[in-house]
Design a protein around this ligand. Structure first.
Ligand SMILES: O=C(O)CCC(=O)C(=O)O
Length: 281
């Protein structure tokens, strides 16, 4: 699955694209079946320190990671041949590294406020596998906002907040609603569609009005020269899971290869290595 030149131009212009993937349907069913196997009630879950676990239990208190993020059903999407091919094209790099995935399990009543992930333009893929509609908290973006400085966009966002009576900066993954921005669009998607977007685009979500938490698996790859590597996957994926992957799927995991973990991820590694892992569900 490659972008045509026209699609690539549109992606670069708008900062996002939505792609429909027929091969996602059975894989999405497996993701949903995995959720049904492990989901818990809030009292069984404990504290949701990172704000991204409504039904999924963090593997450690205050950890970003649940049992599912890089479990087999999700890795089968993240490492799908078609995805890897597309991301090699977008990164213009044949040797990309799968930095991480992650599931945002957004509670009923919660929303995400306007933000940009990074100032640099890399690619993130988002799979709203429980469906993304305005009513359950789908993504909102401002097309083209991956360009321009943070200061420029701060002026636009502050003005809209002020005009709409929103005081300060709403918190993300909380029951706080952010302003409507000029030119914003809502990206409603089916579970067999993916949003491919720039990490620099301004994005937020609508409020999840329920009836259940809204789940989205998102993932990023990095070009091989980036100083932004997070996991040595052989330390986090069980042998049984690794056995279930094809050689092609394993290639972006850089198993057994020597490379530096980025400085910013070293505290996470020290805290979680040996305590967090993913397997077949
Ligand atoms: O959970 C969502 O829909 C939004 C996630 C988000 O804001 C992000 O990936 O930076």
């Amino acid at each position: 699955m490659l972008f045509t030149t026209e699609q690539l131009d549109l992606y670069r212009r708008d900062g996002y694209a939505i792609i429909t993937c027929p091969w996602l349907e059975p894989l999405t069913r497996d993701c949903l079946a995995a959720v049904a196997k492990v989901e818990v009630t809030p009292d069984q879950r404990g504290k949701d320190g990172m704000g991204n676990h409504a039904r999924l239990k963090p593997q450690m208190p205050e950890s970003y990671w649940s049992q599912l993020d890089h479990s087999l059903p999700f890795l089968r999407v993240i490492l799908h041949d078609e995805i890897v091919e597309l991301l090699r094209q977008v990164n213009a790099d044949d040797d990309i590294y799968m930095r991480n995935g992650g599931i945002n399990d957004m509670a009923v009543g919660h929303a995400v406020a306007w933000h940009r992930d990074y100032d640099w333009d890399r690619t993130e893929v988002m799979h709203y596998f429980t469906g993304g509609r305005i009513a359950n908290g789908c993504l909102r973006v401002v097309p083209g906002s991956h360009r321009g400085t943070r200061d420029q966009w701060k002026v636009v966002i502050d003005k809209a907040r002020q005009e709409q009576g929103i005081k300060g900066e709403p918190r993300s993954f909380a029951a706080e609603v952010d302003a409507v921005l000029p030119g914003e669009v809502s990206l409603e998607v089916e579970p067999n569609q993916l949003i491919v977007r720039s990490t620099a685009i301004y994005h937020a979500t609508h409020t999840n009005l329920g009836p259940r938490s809204r789940m989205m698996s998102h993932f990023v790859y990095r070009e091989h020269e980036a100083d932004d590597h997070r996991f040595r996957w052989e330390n986090y994926l069980t042998p049984v899971l690794l056995d279930a992957l094809t050689p092609k799927q394993k290639r972006p995991l850089w198993l057994g290869r020597e490379f530096e973990i980025a400085e910013k991820f070293k505290p996470e590694r020290a805290r979680e290595d040996g305590k967090v892992s993913w397997s077949v569900i």
